[in-house]
Design a binder for this molecule. Sequence first.
Ligand code: GLC
Ligand code: CA
Length: 560
Amino acid sequence: MTDVVETPAPARTTTDETWWRQASVYQIYPRSFADANGDGIGDLRGITDRVPYLASLGVEAVWLSPFYPSALADGGYDVDDYRDVDPRLGTLADFDAMVAALHGAGMRVIVDIVPNHTSDRHAWFREALASPAGSAARDRYVFRDGTGPDRAEPPADWVSIFGGPAWTAVGDGQWYLHNFAKEQPDLNWANREVRDDFLTTLRFWSDRGVDGFRIDVAHGLAKDLPAELPAWAEVLAAPKDGSHILWDRDDVHEIYAEWRTVFDEYTPARTAVAEAWVAADRRARYASAEGLGQAFNFDLLESDFDAASFKQIIEFNLGLAEQSGSSTTWVFSNHDVVRHATRYALPPRSGDADHAPTTDKQGAAWLLAGGSQDALDRPLGLRRARAATLLELALPGSAYLYQGEELGLHEVGDIPDADRQDPAFFRNPGVDVGRDGCRVPLPWTRTGESFGFGSGGSHLPQPAWFAESSVKAEEADPDSTLHLYRTALGLRGQLQSEERLEWIETGRDDVLAFRRPSGWTSVTVFGDEPYALPAGELLLASAPVVDGALAGVGTAWLRS
Ligand code: GLC
Ligand code: CA
């Protein structure tokens, strides 16, 4: 009889074609990451210089928010030219060097595509303004005649997502639609030239070695505006069942089916992830293999820090992934929301002292706008954020991490109005504090000009407390959040397995535990009481483990 030798499971379960299914993806907001030439704005060379840092984190891919030429009316999501680099951020040669460095260090590269709107400085929009009503140039956008005498009133009373009117006059009686800022005219995706041009853009970046794309406002492209525009109240009330005139129309997927043929021209096939704020049961369409292939699931970032909600969201989304054949995606922070360490630091809802804090962006923004920084429980927020992240990294599917969360950074809540940049702040006075607080340039060192971001200052003010959250400070502290992320991402690489989990009965409502097929067990305590960990080798914990028990809020990983 021969002994059966058990070979260990392979470290990674993915191939070149499926790398994205369970990737850890680090989002870089280029203008706020690292500034190599000292002009106060982060740039591509800054990213290339920090490739060793990214490699030491252990992330598998990097997603870059827009770095294209832009007037920054919306932080770069107002694109002047889709096939170039903003001269302030570098050149195409710098881009190639950055991709080579990231690939050389084993990381994939995802870039952001913004197809719902161009900027108002895009050559097409300039041409549209210089051309008459009814021209081919205007047909690339959504132009309508105004109403009332001299057509001086907007075609309809629609409101933009950043607040304020969604229609702007161009001076000859015509108005254009912009669902975001007025510097972001919406494109007309019924126009063949618009469609073809984006296929060219996808090939342009794919040819330069880009591995995947993040698709901005993916649910907005297809529109079907009737001749008689309905009132805004009616637009808002219309069911979002695929027939809505503005959002999440079924026919948007015809566009993505064309994109898929481009993605599949490459080996490995290029990937895409949809940013589509749609009802959960409509997400699978974006994630289908005939379309973009994956879609963001923002459910955890919109949830309270609560065991029952987390469990329900996890089960639901694993079910959706199975339906679409895709994998799910987990996100706690990005460039559009209040950082999760701060959301989790909010005081209890008024009148409900026992309830976990509200964690949605509006609630947090309201609190921050009210200037109640002192009401935040920052240590608790960070403790919960660390627990949430460790849980996220143990789940099946992709994990999207946002720059600075590996430092446990809090939102910068007290940016003076005069320094703010976000159009959401300016278009919605007193209502929306905007998103600048999560876009403040990263602190690399404890001291020195802009905490090591660059030698030329920082384009958004950095608070004094950044010193102790800097990479340098955290590298010196073995208990830092940076070390936690590094260790967790390293272990995740080794323990990753099939996209399944099995729940473990914990006997407590505020404790969630699950086991992955590789024997990787994750236990999260949402409340304050210590919880005795199950048997197994303790690999990592986000909070102290005392006598085999997790001491309150935290996540522990075990191998069993
Ligand atoms: C997406 C981006 C956001 C931007 C908006 C308009 O939601 O994530 O930053 O403002 O689209 O492009
Ligand atoms: Ca710079």
